[in-house]
Each structure stands twice: as structure tokens, then as C-alpha cells.
Design a protein around this ligand. Structure first.
Ligand code: 5GP
Ligand code: SF4
Ligand code: MG
Length: 450
């Protein structure tokens, strides 16, 4: 998912619309915006792309100088309308709205406990747990947030809008990104820095793991909800999820991908003629591979830009149709060539298998598939939708078997160590490559039993 917030700008809802538009790649199932005019919190949300859910008339009804927004990509909790965000709380102590990116791994336990104590949940999403926890605590709103967050385990970047404040919170492991920027008279919060450009906001810094940022009339203030923090940014944000022009924890996404391509090239023991990338997310890695190998970078695959991200389609059938509609091989470029095909990741194997087939049909002599990440052998429980073993082809097949399955002439992944070298940091979550999870998994642990 993608989250975005604006504090103190006269057109807060419309700036949020533009911000979410820049975050659309993070989720395409639903979108919503909540705004506040200092008295009332209003919310509008629906299923579909940001351009499908909103029009200027609707934006005009979202009055006020503060706003938050969300683009949804469903992981835990289905695609029902109750799960679409912002989630609204209408309490006598004050209305507030919440947007969340990530997945709370002890949501089930917390929810059962609170239901036993009388709470009633509207939807099935893990995000709703935070608002109930906040409501049950006593003290100032900041104190309530602090106590509530200490009960949550897992991945979260939350933005909360009250009638006159904005709060931004990042989980203590820093699994999901969230940054702050300065607007003329106000502030801006976003999952990715690429959205700051659109609204002309100036990057200040990333929210730190375990940090709560409060934005109010007094300006910015910060506190840690816990001192037990570490920096385990999701490696997949760099590899696949984020936009290349975003910087996450000080590392530019395009640069990280480009270096991972260079690392792949340095490890090469096959020969080839050209390098191609799978648009869009692996073009940076393909450029890096070409630079380090000295082989020409070519446009061997064309993407139909009117088909959305295949992976984000909920069913396998929709995904397969998606890949077929989305990519075409360029015969004049690949025909007779030994092709290094660079992709960012293999999840279910649908994309790679189809592309190898396309390239061979277009006359490629050999297709060597190089992946800018380690093999994904384990499910992610932190907000990237690869939740079951069965879906993950690398949990079932080793590299040789997978190479045969996708019909490639050779296949290589990066190791975790090579990835850390490429990104020049060990401050990464690599749980889905290693099976060593950053947090306790509670009942989700059951999903690890094959
Ligand atoms: P597959 O077809 O193997 O299931 O998916 C791999 C392809 O899907 C890659 O080209 C990658 O760019 C794209 N993809 C789309 N969404 C995601 C995602 O959420 N995670 C990962 N790792 N890859 C994704
Ligand atoms: Fe990212 Fe993988 Fe960690 Fe999930 S398990 S947060 S996809 S690195
Ligand atoms: Mg791709």
C-alpha cells in the first residue's frame, strides 16, 4: 500500500490526490482520502485506481487544510469495501482517520482478545486493530498511540489524522518506508519520496524505526514509542516495489537496482550478445548489467502501458492473462541473439516462463535469465502479498528445476550477501529469502508448515 499526508495547505485534499497518484504503483485495488478542517474529519473512498475513485467534485467536498490518503494493495484482509482506507473512527473523544501500509502480525491475537472484551470490528483487515487499541488506552492522544504501538508486532507505517493534528508512525524494525517533507507553510508525509516532487515538497528526513512524529500548530515534534529499534527495511522495496526515483533510508532505488545488475554481470560465466530488461521494474538492473558486462543494452521487450501491474491482480488466472496482454518481444532485436534477460524477482514464475517463451518465439538463440534478487523461498508476513508457500515457485523448485520450468538456457539469482553488497547495507529485511523472520510471527507461524 501507499500512504500520504498533508498538514496545513489550503488545497490539502487535492495535494493528497496528486501524492497518491505518484504512489499508485504501490496499490491499485482501492483508494481513499480523509480531510479535516479543524473541526470535522471527512472521508471518501472506493475501489479502483485513484483516477477512478475521485473527480474534482468529490475532492471539493473534502475541505480543510489537513488530509491523509491511501492506495490499497490487499494482503491480510480481503478486498471488501470495509477494508478500504482511510479507516474512520467516530468517537465522542474526537473523530480520527487512519491509513496503514504493512501488516500487523499479531492482529489475530489482539483482535480475539479485544472481541472478548467487547470490541466490534467492521472489516477483516489488520489495520483496524490499531484504532481499537488507541481507543482503549487512556491519556493524551500521543500517550494512547505510544501504548497501542507497543502492543503491535510486525510492519507498519501509519498516518493518523485527528481534527487538528497529523501523526506518523513507523514500526520499530523500520520494515516499511515513510518520509517527511516541508511544504510552504506546512508538512507532507509519504511512503515514498517520489510523491514529494509532485506537490513541490522538500524532503526533510525519513521517519525513524519506532518513531512517532506529531505535526500540530506547534510544528513538528518527535518521540520514540520504544527504544528497542533496529533498521530492517524491506529489501523488496528496493528490488521491486518502490519507484526508481524514490530514495529509501538514504539509498536511491534506481541506483540500488543498477548496482545489483552490475553485481550480476561481474558474476557472469556465460556468453551472450545483448542485455534486455523486463519493463519497468528491472530496467535499472539491466542498465547496470550492460555497463558492467560491456554488452549492449537493448529494448527487447515492449510493455503495453495500459495494463496494470500483473502481480497485483488477485487471482492466478487474471495474472496469466495480464502477462500475455502486457509484454511483447521485439523480433528485429532478439532474433538470432544470445540474450541476457534481467528481471527483478521471480515469485510465482508466471512472468519469467512467459517471457522466455516470447523471446524464443521471436527467434532468440539463447535466453539466460538473471534475477536481481535472491530466490524468494518463504512467504512475506509484512505486507507484500506472497503469503503462501504454494504460490512461491522457489519454495518448491531449486534453481536447476526452475530454470527448466521457465525454459531458460541458464538461470541465476543473487545471494543475500551479494544483495547486501550491492545495496551497501545490512540494514535490510531478507526474511522471504532466508526464512529467518525479523519478528515473532504468532499464529501466522502456522502458515510456515508446508
Ligand atoms: P511472477 O510472475 O514470478 O509471479 O512475478 C515476478 C514478476 O512480477 C517480476 O517481474 C516483478 O517485477 C513482478 N512483481 C509484481 N508485483 C510484485 C511483488 O509484489 N513482489 C515481487 N517480488 N515481484 C512483483
Ligand atoms: Fe520485504 Fe521480503 Fe521482508 Fe516481506 S519478507 S518485508 S517482502 S524483504
Ligand atoms: Mg517486473
Amino acid at each position: 500500500c501507499g500512504v500520504f499526508g498533508i498538514y496545513n495547505a489550503s488545497d490539502a485534499a487535492s495535494l493528497t490526490y496528486f501524492g497518491l497518484h505518484a504512489l499508485q504503483h504501490r496499490g491499485q485495488e482501492a483508494a481513499g482520502i480523509a480531510s479535516s478542517d479543524g473541526e470535522k474529519v471527512r472521508c471518501y473512498k472506493g475501489k479502483g485506481l485513484i483516477t477512478e475513485v475521485f473527480n474534482p467534485q468529490i475532492i471539493d467536498t473534502l475541505t480543510g487544510n489537513n488530509a491523509i490518503g491511501h492506495v490499497r494493495y490487499s494482503t491480510e484482509g480481503g478486498n471488501e469495501i470495509e477494508n478500504v482506507q482511510p479507516l474512520m473512527v467516530r468517537a465522542h473523544t474526537g473523530h480520527f482517520a487512519v491509513v496503514h501500509n504493512g501488516q500487523v502480525v499479531n492482529a489475530h491475537e489482539l483482535k480475539m482478545q479485544m472481541e472478548n472484551e467487547g470490541s466490534i470490528f467492521q472489516g477483516s483487515s489488520d489495520s483496524e486493530v490499531l484504532i481499537h487499541l488507541i481507543q482503549k488506552e487512556v491519556g493524551s492522544f500521543s500517550e494512547k498511540i505510544k501504548k497501542a504501538c507497543n502492543k503491535l508486532e510486525g510492519a507498519f507505517a501509519f498516518i493518523i489524522l485527528t481534527k487538528d493534528c497529523l501523526y506518523a508512525i513507523r514500526d520499530k524494525n523500520g520494515l516499511r518506508p515513510l518520509s517527511i517533507a516541508k511544504l510552504d507553510e506546512g508538512y507532507c508525509l509519504s511512503s515514498e519520496t517520489c510523491a514529494f516532487e509532485i506537490v513541490n515538497a522538500k524532503f526533510i528526513r525519513d521517519v525513524e524505526p519506532g518513531e512517532v512524529v506529531k505535526i500540530s500548530k506547534e510544528g513538528l515534534s518527535f518521540f520514540k514509542y520504544t527504544e528497542y529499534t533496529q533498521n530492517k527495511m524491506c529489501a523488496m522495496e528496493y528490488i521491486y516495489f518502490a519507484r526508481p526515483d524514490s530514495n529509501i533510508d538514504g539509498i536511491n532505488v534506481h541506483t540500488a537496482r543498477r548496482i545489483s545488475g552490475q553485481v550480476l554481470a561481474k558474476l557472469e560465466d556465460h556468453e551472450g550478445d545483448i542485455v534486455i530488461g523486463v519493463p519497468d521494474s528491472s530496467l535499472s538492473a539491466a542498465i547496470g548489467y550492460s555497463e558492467a558486462s560491456g554488452l549492449p543494452y537493448e529494448i527487447g521487450l515492449i510493455k503495453n502501458r495500459y495494463v496494470g501491474r500483473t502481480f497485483i491482480q488477485p487471482t492466478q488466472k487474471q495474472r496469466e492473462r495480464g502477462v500475455r496482454m502486457k509484454l511483447s518481444a521485439v523480433k528485429s532485436i532478439v532474433s538470432g541473439k544470445r540474450v541476457f534477460m534481467i528481471d527483478d524477482s521471480i515469485v510465482r514464475g508466471t512472468t519469467s516462463k512467459r517471457i522466455v517463451q516470447l523471446l524464443k518465439e521471436a527467434g532468440a538463440k539463447e535466453v539466460h535469465v538473471r534475477i536481481g534478487s535472491p530466490a524468494i523461498t518463504h512467504p512475506c508476513f509484512y505486507g507484500v502479498d506472497t503469503s503462501t508457500y504454494d504460490e512461491l515457485i522457489s519454495s518448491r523448485l531449486n534453481v536447476d528445476e526452475l530454470c527448466a520450468f521457465i525454459g531458460a538456457d541458464s538461470l541465476k539469482f543473487l545471494t543475500i550477501q551479494q544483495l547486501e553488497e550491492a545495496f551497501k547495507t545490512k540494514n535490510l529485511c531478507t526474511s522471504c529469502f532466508s526464512g529467518h523472520y525479523v519478528t515473532n510471527l504468532f499464529s501466522l507461524q502456522d502458515k510456515l508448515i508446508k
